[in-house]
Design a protein around this ligand. Structure first.
Ligand code: AKG
Length: 202
């Protein structure tokens, strides 16, 4: 019954043609709410440069990240061991509550990414290292509009979605198993962008 009700709503539509599910919940925060959240995240989050293992060397990426989890956790991301920060940032509670209510899913961690401009992005990857291939990942966007792309791991088939200020999408099912995703770089001028990806760690 619940599943049928969900399918009748716009977010019940799947952006992917097969072997994965991506639902677009649209804009879930008012412009004022989203503006306030953006400023608070800039000031309250312990941003730090991300690191990645490229050709055997550890490099610092220009985008900034922060990973908060309710229980101390660590996981391997792009060859680097990540350690969680304690879940003690008030603003994350209200955003998580909103995302949990909309998606009817419980999350215990949030990975935040901050991109200052279009020269910063995230390359093709899938997120199955720590949360498993069938993880539900809810991604809330704030700031300048950015393009989020999917590429099928075998066929190379692609899909794209623009992520606007206050927009929520959810990846679930086989998405991480069969599809790569990326936040693409752009030469056009874009305002700073923050994404909050809520996940559930075992
Ligand atoms: O910032 C984004 O929207 C991309 C984040 C992402 O792909 C990830 O955290 O795995």
């Amino acid at each position: 019954m619940q599943a049928d009700l969900f399918l009748d709503r716009p977010e019940g539509l799947n952006l992917l043609p097969s072997e994965g599910t991506v639902n677009d919940f649209g804009i879930v925060l008012s412009k004022t709410e989203a503006d306030v959240m953006f400023s608070r995240l800039i000031s309250d989050i312990a941003w730090q440069a991300d690191t990645a293992l490229i050709n055997g060397s550890i490099i610092e990426t220009r985008r900034q990240v922060a990973w908060y989890a309710q229980a101390p956790s660590h996981y391997l991301h792009s060859g680097i061991l990540r350690q969680s920060l304690p879940w003690d940032v008030e603003i994350l509670d209200s955003l998580r509550a909103k995302v949990e209510r909309l998606t009817a899913t419980a999350f215990n961690s949030c990975l935040l990414n901050r991109y200052e401009d279009g020269t910063q992005g995230m390359g093709w990857h899938s997120d199955s290292e720590a949360t498993g291939e069938h993880a539900v990942i809810a991604s809330l966007s704030l700031g300048g509009t950015r393009k989020f792309a999917f590429k099928h791991k075998r066929s190379g088939e692609r899909r794209e979605i623009a992520l606007h200020h206050g927009q929520l999408i959810v990846m679930r099912g086989d998405t991480q198993r069969y599809w790569f995703h990326a936040l693409t770089k752009t030469n056009t001028s874009v305002a700073p962008h923050i994404s909050l990806t809520f996940r559930r760690f075992p």
